[in-house]
Design a protein around this ligand. Structure first.
Ligand code: FES
Length: 154
């Protein structure tokens, strides 16, 4: 389920805290970073590693919207459509993602390559319209450049 690297990261986190419950957020983040989401099985594993009840792990994993509880595509596109990005054409980019990749907001392409989440603001208003692909920020994107940008993500 989790790689040795992820398990080691969680053990390292555990060594830094006296209360195992304090390790939950960073440990769940490790899981999401590795798998793209947090499955029920992964929650169980984290609970076992930290000696924290399953209900506590599930409570934390379901409370925070930053934790995804459904499988995602290999790459996560977070496209901002808030005011600055909307004015600069973000809605047209949503149309392109739908037409070219079959992507709907909160959906995954049929080939499992991309998932799309619409964001309110990703803090890159000066480079609107902007999107994150995984951890990579792309600004000043437009309908001519978005596909070339996404071509880099197999
Ligand atoms: S409004 Fe789009 S990044 Fe801020």
């Amino acid at each position: 389920m989790l790689s040795d690297k992820a398990l080691n990261e969680i053990h390292l986190i555990k060594s830094k805290y006296q209360d195992s419950r304090s390790c939950l957020l960073p440990s769940l983040y490790v899981v999401q970073k590795e798998n793209g989401w947090i499955s029920p099985a992964a929650m169980e594993t984290v609970g076992e590693l930290l000696s924290v009840p399953d209900a506590t792990v599930k409570g934390v994993a379901t409370f925070y919207s930053m934790f995804r509880r459904e499988a995602m595509g290999r790459h996560l596109i977070q496209l901002c459509t808030n005011v600055a990005c909307m004015i600069m054409g973000a809605e047209r980019l949503v149309d392109i993602l739908r037409d070219k990749y079959g992507l709907q907001p909160n959906g995954t392409s049929a080939d499992g390559r991309f998932s799309l989440v619409i964001m309110e603001c990703i803090g890159a208003c000066d480079a609107a319209p902007a999107m994150l692909v995984d951890a990579d920020l792309h600004g000043n994107i437009n309908e001519n450049t978005i596909m070339a940008t996404l071509d880099k993500y197999a």
